[in-house]
Design a protein around this ligand. Structure first.
Ligand SMILES: CC(C)(COP(=O)(O)OP(=O)(O)OC[C@H]1O[C@@H](n2cnc3c(N)ncnc32)[C@H](O)[C@@H]1OP(=O)(O)O)[C@@H](O)C(=O)NCCC(=O)NCCS
Length: 323
């Protein structure tokens, strides 16, 4: 008997304020044209003053619960991927738990920056497969606008805020790749690369800090490592790029997305792309893209989906699942 963690619902929430590239032309030396051609980003959403990561996460969770036809009482655990929790502690996950009125089960955050949702999915899968939880709410939520140095044109135009969520439920499968649910995961990190992507604040500095990035270096690692991890995850269950219906990549840069798809020999019409509308929302980007992909009618039950992401750490990984 094989237990599979099957997606039962998906949802997302984006803050109301939409900021087009042209808005940055007023404050820094940049252009809509530069941002579009280098990153594929056209606009992004930013939170309002006082709006927090747990606010966005709660809205996304409510949307996913409604989509699944479930309530918070049906959930055993919340795994929330974020690097921008409202406070140092408690976790944003426990704040969402309280907001949903969920008084049983357990909730915790996962911090793997832009790879956070892939790490969270893998953790939720392990909880389900090991029998520790039957239904897990997996959320990616971020307010990266709070980490921006608005004078650094190399970073501040690239990121956005948002949240997405999926509900996973344990079901008995046949053990073959025809099963719905998570089929394989592949996770990596290499702490030697800390200096190419980090936030220069935290409890050791007494400040929140700002995101610092060596864009070219991150780009180089991304294309190489993302294709590698996606192939490794597919290999574990004897599948290849040819079997993939949808790549749902981390949405950081259209050129990274295209480069990875090319290496996987998957055409761009089988890639869910939302980076133009959301920018890089870090751990929120994959669940946002999954939710939008379902809304657009791209991802359908039975489709083979590969998600892949890389971020600060470096941390990277991929998940193969049948929707
Ligand atoms: C950041 C990124 C878009 C820059 O693109 P690039 O083609 O590598 O551009 P470069 O870094 O070579 O910069 C080229 C020039 O544009 C300038 N530039 C940087 N940001 C700019 C902006 N917003 N507007 C205009 N010019 C800008 C640079 O200063 C540089 O000028 P210089 O040659 O006079 O020094 C790209 O490196 C990237 O996307 N990297 C990965 C980032 C990422 O995805 N991080 C998150 C991973 S989770």
């Amino acid at each position: 008997m094989t237990i599979r963690a099957v997606v039962k619902g998906v949802g997302h929430y984006l803050p109301e304020r939409i900021v087009p590239n042209s808005e940055f032309e007023q404050t820094i030396e940049t252009s809509d044209e530069w941002i579009r051609t280098r990153s594929g980003i056209e606009r992004r959403h930013f939170v309002a003053e006082g709006q927090t990561t747990s606010d966005l996460a709660t809205r996304a969770a409510e949307a996913a619960l409604a989509h699944a036809g479930l309530t918070a009482d049906d959930i055993d655990a919340i795994v929330l991927a974020t690097s921008t929790a409202d406070l140092t502690f408690p976790s944003a996950a426990t704040m969402v738990q309280a907001r949903l009125g969920m008084t049983r089960g357990f909730a915790f955050d996962v911090q793997a920056v832009c790879a956070g949702f892939v790490f969270a999915l893998s953790n939720a899968n392990a909880l389900i497969v090991s029998g520790q939880a039957k239904r897990v709410l997996v959320i990616g939520a971020e307010t990266f606008s709070r980490l921006m140095d608005w004078t650094d044109r190399g970073t501040c135009v690239l990121f956005g805020d948002g949240a997405g969520a999926v509900i996973l439920e344990g079901e008995t499968g046949s053990g073959t790749t025809d099963d719905r649910g998570i089929l394989a995961t592949d996770l990596h990190s290499d702490g030697r690369h800390k200096d190419i992507l980090y936030v220069d604040g935290g409890v050791s500095t007494g400040t929140t800090g700002h995101l610092r990035m060596q864009g070219k270096e991150v780009f180089r690692h991304a294309v190489e490592k993302l294709a590698e991890t996606a192939h490794a995850a597919l290999d574990k269950v004897g599948l290849s790029g040819a079997d993939v219906d949808w790549i749902v990549p981390h949405q950081a840069n259209i050129r990274i997305i295209e480069g990875t798809a090319k290496r996987m020999q998957v055409p761009m019409d089988r890639v869910v792309v939302t980076v133009q509308d959301h920018g890089n929302t870090s751990a929120a980007s994959i669940p946002l893209a999954l939710s939008v992909g379902v809304q657009r009618g791209q991802i359908k039950p039975g489709d083979l989906v590969v998600t892949e992401a890389i971020g600060g750490g470096l941390a990277w990984g991929a998940v193969v699942l049948r929707w």
